[in-house]
Ligand binder design. Structure first.
Ligand code: GSH
Length: 199
């Protein structure tokens, strides 16, 4: 399996961590999402990473689908619970963490694609509000890390690690229970240290 890859993408990190947990080997090929000639846009019409080229010749995206696929390959029920209630809870947690990353990515792209004088404060506030509310919801629900790792936990840890990387870890000050969960998760999770984002 070949993973179209970026070393700084929190969504790619989800896939790398899932593969590490499940003991799967992924070949890695960097993708340039800004290059119209990169094969990525033919593999994934959205031109986003991660995209996974399977051994059957399919291309899978996005990260949530790829994690479900890797879990299926590993026999099902390892990072995506089989019990319907637990499964929905894990997918909901993943969706909230992914949405928090999406908002962060849009904030980053505003800075990257537009000169400072064209930044739209209402748009930035709109995205920042999503991040703030999602972090507050995770803080309210945070419990000590108990060794369980499902798709929602992987996504949450990738979001928090990426906020450390891109937003100077400012989330930490107001979210002490989440910090405690994150530090314990980071120390225990296979592949977490190895997939730390690098500029
Ligand atoms: N929902 C997607 C989000 C993926 C995503 O936003 N990837 C970013 C990199 S972190 C990307 O490829 N951006 C390029 C673009 O939007 O053109 C997923 O879960 O995989």
């Amino acid at each position: 399996m070949l993973l179209r890859f970026s070393a700084t993408s929190p969504f790619v990190r989800k896939v790398r961590i899932a593969a590490a947990i499940l003991g799967q080997t992924l070949e890695i090929e960097p993708a340039d999402t800004l290059d119209p000639n990169d094969t990525l846009r033919r593999q994934n019409p959205l031109g986003k990473v991660p995209a996974l080229l399977t051994d059957e010749g399919e291309v899978l995206f996005d990260s949530s689908v790829i994690l479900a696929y890797l879990d299926f390959l590993a026999g099902s029920g390892r990072i995506l619970p089989l019990d319907p209630k637990a499964r929905i809870a894990a997918l909901r947690k993943e969706a909230l963490a992914d949405g928090m990353m999406d908002a962060g990515i849009l904030l980053l792209y505003e800075a990257r694609f537009r000169p400072a004088e064209k930044h739209e404060p209402r748009w930035l506030d709109h995205q920042e509000g999503k991040r703030t509310r999602a972090l507050a919801a995770f803080e309210a629900d945070a419990a000590p890390f108990d060794g369980t790792i499902a798709v929602g936990d992987i996504a949450l840890a990738c979001a928090l690690g990426w906020f450390d990387f891109r937003f100077e870890g400012k989330w930490r000050a107001d979210h002490p229970r989440l910090v405690a969960w994150y530090e314990a998760f980071a120390a225990a999770c296979p592949g977490f240290a190895e997939s730390k984002p690098v500029a």
